[in-house]
Design a protein around this ligand. Structure first.
Ligand SMILES: *[C@@H]1O[C@H](CO)[C@@H](O)[C@H](O)[C@H]1NC(C)=O
Ligand SMILES: *[C@@H]1O[C@H](CO)[C@@H](O)[C@H](O)[C@H]1NC(C)=O
Ligand SMILES: *[C@@H]1O[C@H](CO)[C@@H](O)[C@H](O)[C@H]1NC(C)=O
Ligand SMILES: *[C@@H]1O[C@H](CO)[C@@H](O)[C@H](O)[C@H]1NC(C)=O
Ligand SMILES: *[C@@H]1O[C@H](CO)[C@@H](O)[C@H](O)[C@H]1NC(C)=O
Ligand SMILES: *[C@@H]1O[C@H](CO)[C@@H](O)[C@H](O)[C@H]1NC(C)=O
Ligand SMILES: *[C@@H]1O[C@H](CO)[C@@H](O)[C@H](O)[C@H]1NC(C)=O
Ligand SMILES: *[C@@H]1O[C@H](CO)[C@@H](O)[C@H](O)[C@H]1NC(C)=O
Ligand SMILES: *[C@@H]1O[C@H](CO)[C@@H](O)[C@H](O)[C@H]1NC(C)=O
Ligand SMILES: *[C@@H]1O[C@H](CO)[C@@H](O)[C@H](O)[C@H]1NC(C)=O
Ligand SMILES: *[C@@H]1O[C@H](CO)[C@@H](O)[C@H](O)[C@H]1NC(C)=O
Ligand SMILES: *[C@@H]1O[C@H](CO)[C@@H](O)[C@H](O)[C@H]1NC(C)=O
Length: 741
């Protein structure tokens, strides 16, 4: 009995506990209609399972309900959801205030029905999906505050009625879609006076920016970069005094930047690069004491830098490159810009010396002054810039290269040093001057082209174990390509063109580790290294909107064109599997094109023209699937151009000047008697193969006589070609050298 009584009491107690638990949760329990709407939404998703199984949908992952059991929040960002978004089911969640499905793989379009019923919606984040279609006629509710549809595939114009009821809209982001038509810049005139953030970037909006932003009295961020906008900046943008950021780069805007910009006292970011802005910089720009980022490069700005700019003590980045600015920069006092990390004044008409005051900007990581008319010497004070990683001084009239090198080699953090054309006269300091060389320890990019370098490639370069890009083109370098170049562990981009380098192509260069071994994962991450500023200062061609700043945007290259290199192209060259450009033209190379070149599976550019190469064009070259530029003109090649290969797609000019070469794309047909078979001996068996053997073997080899006559014969014939003046300008390479300043 007693046990039973206890049992009953225990049960009763448990029951009570149970009730006390259930009653409050029941209040939150979801309504059946809501549950079925959610399940209907989930059923349209293919993966993964949301595990929405329990009775009470208010306890499901991502769901929040209000007291009566209506679903108010549906938050499932980054859940790997895939499938079509289902307007009919989501549209039935009429009490929804927060909808966040960002970073999934949802597709489909937003139907009007879906929007209309969600009239309590406050936050809508559908960014980073694959949604498409046009926008519905209007935003769902007057309560809406945040709309993020960015990084989808929406298209079409934004309907003028879209914002009509959105009185409380504060943030609107549609960047990274393909919207067209006008940017709805009058958004604050009739609706949405509380807007703080507008992002229209990376779409195809075009036309003028209509006035109206001036009414956005709370607007802080306005972005419409990378569109097709034209016309002037709307005059009333200067009335939006809360603006902290104006980002309109990569458009076609023109006109001057008004001095009224000084009214925008909160402005921290003024990013207008790559437009057609003209006129002088606003004299009172410097009143904007909060300015951090001023990027106005690639415009048509004129005149001198306003002295007031030196009052912007919060400036972090000042980029004014590629304009028509002028004036003596040595009179500017940079000393108050203690936050400045990047200064880019390249490609202007500045004069004077490097301002001494610049050396007191201790945060500087990047200085780019190339392509101006600067003079004077590099002062030792530059060493006080401990973080200096990028220094570009090319194409100026500096003096004392030797002195500059001796100073700069102590710049411990220097990663990129571009001195091409920077100095007037004067050769290069040579080894005697730099015997105990121990500097440039972190240098990755070194360019010293167009500097009147005389003598051999200096040995101290062999100590630059981090060097990846070496450019010494257009000097007067003599002597051979040093074999130690092949031992530099990171080197993958070599430009030695337009010198007087002689000797043979060293086999050791065919052992460059970076061109042989695929990089492991850790090193690949390293390849993501970005220079502090774009490496090039000019843009050639409309396609090249984005200037390379990443190390990985440099293709693996060996360019020794326009020198006096003789001997064979070593068969070992086939080891450089990762090479993408091989430029050997305008030298004295002999022998055949080694078959092994077909091992260079990544090769995109192969220039062999204007040498004394003989033999056939190996048909194995057709396995070079990425080859897009090819030239073997003005050699002594013979036989048919391999048919049915990509070689046929190049112009005849790529083959001309080889009288014995025949077949498409050349006009002369191959004589049938001398068919392919007659030539179809593999190049690796002939001349260059011998070259790979030790010397004494050559003299005893059976093929000696054939080789001797082959080589000497072609030399005699080809001598004449050496004097055939041929204005061969390799577009790409030329572009590179001009730009690397
Ligand atoms: C699904 O939810 C139930 C309870 O709601 C839980 O026990 C189970 O572990 C969940 N399964 C997965 C795969 O998350
Ligand atoms: C949504 O509501 C409509 C009308 O009330 C109804 O016909 C439809 O079945 C509902 N859909 C779902 C998935 O519950
Ligand atoms: C949506 O969720 C993501 C991930 O939690 C979050 O970063 C984002 O801010 C949310 N969106 C809104 C508008 O709150
Ligand atoms: C806008 O928000 C305020 C509070 O922030 C609120 O009082 C007002 O009702 C909202 N207006 C509309 C149209 O929803
Ligand atoms: C808009 O969204 C994109 C992502 O799609 C993001 O990168 C950008 O920062 C957002 N804009 C603003 C102003 O927050
Ligand atoms: C643009 O959108 C695509 C597709 O959603 C995304 O993969 C990409 O990262 C976005 N780009 C930026 C800059 O946010
Ligand atoms: C950009 O705008 C111009 C007119 O301003 C127009 O002619 C051109 O087609 C537009 N380009 C694109 C890609 O929409
Ligand atoms: C900017 O604001 C001033 C004063 O508030 C006003 O007089 C002027 O008309 C406005 N300018 C524009 C272009 O709206
Ligand atoms: C903007 O600046 C102009 C002069 O540059 C001044 O007359 C005007 O009052 C300023 N407007 C505001 C709103 O500060
Ligand atoms: C820089 O600011 C100081 C005071 O902060 C002022 O006296 C000086 O005139 C300003 N210089 C320029 C060129 O605007
Ligand atoms: C520099 O000025 C000269 C004339 O003074 C002009 O011809 C030249 O185009 C200018 N260069 C640049 C880049 O503005
Ligand atoms: C070149 O620079 C070095 C180092 O700054 C200096 O010692 C030397 O005097 C300079 N030479 C000339 C000719 O100015």
């Amino acid at each position: 009995m007693l046990v039973q009584a206890y049992n009953l009491m225990a049960h009763g107690f448990l029951l009570f506990l149970l009730f006390s638990c259930i009653i409050p949760t029941n209040i939150h329990a979801c309504k059946q209609t809501e549950r079925s709407s959610l399940l209907s939404f989930a059923s349209t998703l293919s993966s993964p399972s949301l595990n929405w199984t329990s009775i009470d949908c208010c306890r499901w992952k991502g769901i929040t309900c209000d007291q009566p059991g209506w679903v108010t929040h549906l938050l499932l960002p980054s859940k790997g959801l895939k499938g079509g978004i289902s307007p009919s089911s989501l549209g039935n969640l009429t009490h929804l205030t927060h909808l966040n499905l960002s970073h999934n793989s949802l597709y489909g379009s937003l139907e009007t029905q879906f929007f209309l019923s969600l009239n309590r919606l406050e936050i809508l984040d559908l960014s980073y999906n694959r949604l498409s279609g046009e926008l519905p006629l209007s935003l769902p509710s007057s309560n809406i505050r945040t709309v993020d549809l960015s990084s989808n595939r929406f298209f079409g114009a934004i309907p003028s009625s879209f914002f009509q009821q959105a009185r409380n809209l504060t943030s609107f982001n549609v960047s990274n879609n393909t919207f067209t038509g006008y940017v709805p810049s009058s958004i604050c005139l009739h609706s949405s006076p509380s807007l703080r953030l507008l992002d229209f970037s990376s779409n195809v909006f075009s036309g003028y920016l209509a006035p109206g932003l001036g009414r956005c009295s709370k607007l802080q961020v306005f972005r419409a970069s990378h569109n097709n906008l034209s016309g002037l900046l709307p005059e009333d943008i200067y009335n939006a005094t809360k603006l902290e950021e104006i980002s309109l780069p990569l458009n076609s805007l023109h006109g001057a930047i008004s001095d009224r910009i000084a009214n925008l006292t909160n402005l921290a970011i003024l990013d207008l690069y790559f437009n057609h802005f003209g006129g002088e910089l606003p004299p009172n720009l410097g009143k904007l004491s909060k300015l951090k980022l001023v990027t106005l490069d690639f415009n048509n700005l004129e005149g001198a830098l306003p002295p007031s700019l030196m009052n912007c003590t919060n400036l972090v980045e000042l980029r004014l490159g590629s304009n028509n600015l002028k004036g003596d920069i040595s009179i500017l006092d940079f000393s108050r810009l203690s936050q400045l990390t990047k200064l880019d004044l390249r490609n202007n008409n500045f004069t004077g010396t490097v301002p001494v005051s610049l050396y007191s900007c201790k945060s500087l990581k990047a200085i780019a002054l190339g392509r101006n008319h600067l003079e004077g010497q590099i002062e030792v004070e530059i060493l006080s810039l401990k973080s200096l990683s990028f220094l570009s001084l090319g194409y100026n009239r500096f003096t004392n290269l030797t002195g500059a090198m001796k100073i700069l080699m102590s710049c411990k953090s220097l990663h990129a040093l571009k001195l091409t054309g920077a100095f007037e006269g004067g050769g290069m300091p040579f080894d005697d001057d730099m015997v105990d060389f121990d500097g440039f320890q972190n240098l990755r990019l070194f360019s010293l082209g167009h500097c009147g370098l005389i003598g051999q490639i200096p040995v101290w370069l062999s100590k630059l174990k981090n060097l990846e890009i070496l450019l010494l083109g257009s000097n007067q370098i003599t002597g051979p390509i040093p074999s130690w170049l092949g031992t530099l562990p990171r080197l993958f981009y070599i430009g030695l063109s337009n010198n007087q380098i002689s000797g043979e192509f060293p086999k050791q260069l065919c052992r460059l580790p970076r061109l042989i071994y695929e990089r492991n994962i850790a090193s690949q991450a390293e390849d993501q290294y970005e220079f502090e500023l774009p490496v090039f200062s000019t843009i050639n061609g409309a396609n090249n909107l984005f200037l390379p700043q990443k190390l990985s945007s440099f293709p693996a290259m060996i360019d020794v064109s326009n020198n006096n290199i003789s001997g064979y192209i070593p068969a070992d060259i086939g080891q450089l599997r990762l090479l993408r450009k091989l430029v050997l033209d305008s030298n004295n190379f002999l022998g055949v094109i080694p078959d092994q070149i077909s091992n260079l599976k990544n090769l995109e550019v192969l220039y062999l023209s204007m040498n004394h190469l003989s033999g056939i064009i190996p048909s194995s070259l057709m396995s070079l699937n990425f080859l897009r530029e090819f030239n073997v003109s003005y050699n002594n090649l013979e036989g048919p151009i391999p048919i049915g290969t990509q070689l046929q797609s190049f112009n005849a000019s790529a083959f001309e000047g080889n009288p014995k070469l025949c077949g498409a794309p050349l006009p002369n047909k191959c004589r049938p008697s001398k068919g392919i078979d007659a030539y179809n001996k593999s190049n690796k068996d002939v001349d260059n193969g011998l070259h790979q053997l030790p010397w004494f073997y050559i003299f005893v080899a059976l093929g000696f006589i054939v080789g001797f006559w082959g080589v000497c014969g072609s030399l005699v014939i080809n001598k004449t070609w050496r004097y055939v003046y041929f204005q061969f300008i390799d577009n790409l390479q030329d572009r590179l050298y001009v730009m690397i300043s």
